[in-house]
Design a protein around this ligand. Structure first.
Ligand SMILES: [Mn+2]
Length: 349
């Protein structure tokens, strides 16, 4: 694993820096990108950022914490993004663990001559794809980990560049990846949150912005799904919901509007697994998986072409969204038996 000293050395002169994130960027991705950007700008570097596709509208305020007006999307400005990565002296890859996960940016990232630096918290990183890798899967979020890295960097440089802008951006990612401090939280997560509040972060204000910036259509969609789509399976201790293309149309669905939906079935006693399937515009189906205690990253990897954290994972399948629920139950049954997670009651089959 890389050392802070390596990072210190490579940042000792002003650089042209590209920061990239993953498709469907979430709060942790955008927060860590903008937090790092604010820090690097304070240190005198020139920074540009890019993700494959658009961030949700309710999270766009996070970019206000940086001076850089360069937050580009590969889907809308492909040439500019390719040039930005090509011209960079350094490329930071945040909140994803291998180049393949960056989808439409993968080619640019593989072609670029500049060192790629990984900062991430997903298990099983492809370490050989990066010149320098900072990976700690036990972290609640990339933002939490970023805070400690930047704090260490300040310490070894004798600087105080980690200021309120940086902390505000990073706090947003901790809020979203921990579902407002309800999962993946360690003592360090809370210490960092406390240090950030000492720096001037207004927790309630940011929480309002992160969780309170949606359109009414989101709530209508949720009500509709709970009423019409939620399927429980007592035997498998599971529940799932499906957002098919007709439902998306009906509620004028925008990216990011189903954030958090997959957690809701876990509030029901006895439900150990929850899944959300959403129609993807390419014809396939996006998969989100959650659990109370059993590993779902292995389930995502085995059957849904994805991966992630122990209790929160995702993937994508080439299957009509309408059929995903049945497929999920078949796979989950096999998975529970193969992994001997618990006894399946044969009577209720
Ligand atoms: Mn994350």
């Amino acid at each position: 694993m890389a050392e802070i000293q390596d990072l210190k050395d490579i940042l000792s002169n002003p650089r042209k820096i590209a920061i990239v994130g993953h498709p469907n960027p979430d709060g942790d991705c955008i927060g860590s990108m903008c937090g790092l950007c604010a820090y690097l700008e304070a240190a005198g570097h020139e920074v540009k950022m890019a993700t494959p596709d658009r961030m949700p509208d309710n999270l766009s305020f996070i970019t206000d914490y940086t001076k850089s007006k360069n937050f580009l999307y590969k889907e809308s400005e492909p040439e500019k993004v390719s040039a930005m990565i090509k011209e960079a002296d350094l490329v930071f890859c945040l909140d994803f663990n291998n180049l393949g996960r960056s989808k439409s940016l993968e080619h640019d990232l593989r072609q670029c001559g500049a060192p790629r630096i990984l900062i991430d918290h997903h298990p099983f990183p492809a370490l050989d794809e990066f010149a320098m890798a900072f990976s700690e899967p036990q972290r609640s979020s990339t933002c939490e980990y970023m805070y400690d890295i930047l704090k260490e960097l300040d310490k070894s440089n004798g600087t105080r560049l980690l200021g309120i802008e940086c902390a505000n951006a990073l706090f947003c990612g901790i809020l979203t990846d921990t579902n407002v401090f309800s999962n993946s939280v360690t003592p360090r997560t809370l210490s960092i949150a406390s240090e950030m509040m000492d720096l001037g972060v207004d927790k309630e204000c940011l929480q309002q912005k992160v969780t309170g910036g949606y359109r009414p259509e989101r709530l209508s969609l949720l009500g509709y799904l709970l009423e019409n789509s939620l399927v429980f399976n007592d035997r498998l201790k599971s529940a799932y919901m499906i957002i098919d293309s007709a439902t998306k149309k009906r509620f004028d669905f925008r990216n990011g509007e189903s954030e958090g939906f997959v957690n809701i079935p876990l509030s029901i006693k006895g439900v150990e697994f929850s899944a959300l399937f959403s129609h993807n515009d390419d014809g396939g189906t996006r998969v989100s998986l959650r659990s109370r205690q059993y590993p779902v990253n292995k389930l995502a990897e085995k059957y849904f072409g994805g991966g992630g954290h122990l209790k929160a994972a995702g993937g994508r399948i080439d299957m009509e969204t309408e059929k995903a629920g049945m497929y999920f139950e078949e796979c989950l049954e096999k998975y529970i038996m193969d992994e001997k997670l618990f006894e399946l009651n044969e009577d209720s089959k």
